[in-house]
Design a protein around this ligand. Structure first.
Ligand SMILES: Cc1cc2nc3c(=O)[nH]c(=O)nc-3n(C[C@H](O)[C@H](O)[C@H](O)COP(=O)(O)OP(=O)(O)OC[C@H]3O[C@@H](n4cnc5c(N)ncnc54)[C@H](O)[C@@H]3O)c2cc1C
Length: 455
């Protein structure tokens, strides 16, 4: 065997697997194969001036490379079993929380010290939400910020690079079974290992499907979240964001009894684009450094769509909606809430005259031509509900960017060790469908490393 363990993907799942393996057993031969680039060479070409829109790079620097999809994220590290994945269903609630706390301590000792840990425990906001038909979910949130998150990754890489064989710009093409382990095929050659950890995240979702088909690993798939990113003056939400930083709030619509929820809140942040498999969607982040902050807060409002038989391509459904917005707007569309309610498109002039200055250059348009009525109705209802706890949310000038799609990987059939039906082949992180967040993905990495180490 070339390696004791091969890890595929250098996102949080892969990094923390590698960290735990070589920290506890330095003599192990561990390799990480990563489709994207080393951290310092990860640059999105969008500069807001010469290049304002996604140009569809072969490997998206936002999604791929050391640090994975989380590298330029806002670094909101949620310590909770209430959202961010279902890791606790496999390994137990207490274990999941203690692993998230363990990773938080590693982050703190690698550059994150001094960052704030927010908590929903004992907050009055629970009651205010309940009084207005909203539900605040429980969590502790460490806000690293895009800048500190980057420093933590730099420090982790500095510590690991001489102990782990990192191979960047080396996508794994296939995995096959081998006597006593696995063989992975790359454009540079073939490598063998005793154990294989697959942690390919969302950007590896299509590849993951193929691998599961090839190795006959059962999967399930039925969910996609679709919605918009809301941007408004930061003062309007300061009563919530100052205390909680991120509040995960759920609203049940009166019309269809669908759940709409806030997601990925970025106080004083910026709206950004994201390219998943060539489809441009919207996302957001913010910096811990006040010099890099903006006047605006942004967050997503998402509606989950669960499909039943015979339809099973939930991601395909989400992609089609995102493609429609890309077709109409050439990328992301922005619309004033007031224009949406009046049934008219936003124009360049209306956006320029508005009191909220957009942090992303997007094409003014009409989101009602893109989003299905049921989803749009739910979002509008929730904006009015949020207006009661943060007055001004439903102002005409509130900006809505679309579409935001949260693709879920299909859920791979795994046992309580996060192991597939093939002994020694583990699937972790967002690529497994078990996690959807930095904390759960990182914790799943540590968990599997300890399983391999027999700890
Ligand atoms: C803009 C943005 C902001 C976010 N903000 C937050 C946040 O604040 N808080 C939070 O909890 N979550 C956030 N997330 C989600 C979070 O980043 C992910 O949940 C997390 O990164 C998942 O970790 P992972 O290791 O499973 O996968 P990823 O981080 O996606 O890493 C997978 C890696 O595998 C590589 N790969 C894929 N296929 C192959 C292959 N065939 N061969 C080799 N390598 C391959 C990819 O290049 C990638 O680097 C954000 C995501 C984005 C995109």
């Amino acid at each position: 065997m070339n390696y004791d363990v091969i890890i595929i993907g250098a996102g949080p799942g892969g990094i923390y697997s590698a960290y735990e393996l070589v920290t506890n057993r330095p003599e192990l031969k561990v390799a990480v194969f990563e489709a994207g680039n080393v951290l310092e060479k990860r640059h999105c070409p969008i500069d807001g001036e010469k290049i304002t829109k996604c140009i569809g790079c072969r490997s998206c620097s936002i999604m791929s490379g050391f640090g994975g999809a989380g590298a330029f994220s806002d670094g909101k590290y949620n310590i909770t079993n209430d959202f961010g994945g279902t890791l606790h269903e496999y390994i137990g609630k207490q274990k999941a929380l203690s692993l998230m706390e363990y990773v938080d301590r590693i982050n703190m000792s690698h550059g994150g010290e001094g960052t704030k840990l927010y908590s929903t425990a004992g907050t009055e906001i629970h009651k205010i939400c309940m009084q207005n038909k909203l539900k605040l979910l429980n969590a502790s949130v460490r806000h690293l910020g895009t800048d500190i998150n980057y420093i933590v990754l730099e420090n982790l890489y500095a510590e690991l690079k001489d102990k782990v064989d990192f191979r960047f710009l080396t996508p794994v093409r296939s995995i096959s079974r081998e006597e006593g382990g696995y063989r992975v095929l790359t454009d540079d050659g073939e490598y063998t290992c005793g154990k294989c950890i697959v942690s390919v995240g969302r950007s590896g979702s299509k590849w993951m499907q193929q691998i599961c088909r090839d190795l006959e690993i059962p999967t399930r798939s039925n969910r996609v979240d679709i919605g918009v990113r809301v941007e408004l003056p930061a003062e309007l939400w300061a009563n919530l964001t100052d205390e909680l930083y991120e509040s995960k709030i759920v609203y049940r619509t009166e019309k269809f009894e669908d759940n709409v929820r806030t997601f990925c809140m970025n106080p004083y942040g910026s709206v950004v684009t994201e390219n998943t498999n060539g489809i441009v969607t919207v996302n957001g982040h913010s910096f811990e450094d006040p010099a890099r902050q903006t006047q605006n807060t942004n967050f997503a409002l998402l509606v989950s769509k669960h499909f039943t038989e015979p339809f099973s391509d939930s991601n395909g459904y989400g992609e089609s909606i995102a493609r429609l917005s890309n077709m109409l707007g050439g990328g992301v569309i922005v619309q004033r809430f007031g224009d949406l309610i009046r049934g008219r498109r936003s124009t360049k002039q209306r956006i320029e005259e508005a009191f909220v200055m957009p942090t992303l250059k997007a094409e003014p348009g009409d989101l009602s031509l893109v989003l299905p009525k049921r989803i749009l109705d739910g979002i509008i209802e929730m904006i009015y509900a949020l207006d009661k706890i943060a007055p001004g949310t439903a102002n005409d000038d509130t900006l809505l960017y679309g579409v935001e799609v949260k693709f879920y990987n299909m859920e791979v059939d795994l046992d309580e060790h996060l192991e597939t039906c093939h002994k020694g082949l583990y699937i972790i992180g967002d690529g497994s469908g078990v996690t959807h967040s930095l904390s759960h993905a990182s914790a799943s990495g540590v968990y599997v490393a300890r399983e391999i180490l027999g700890m």
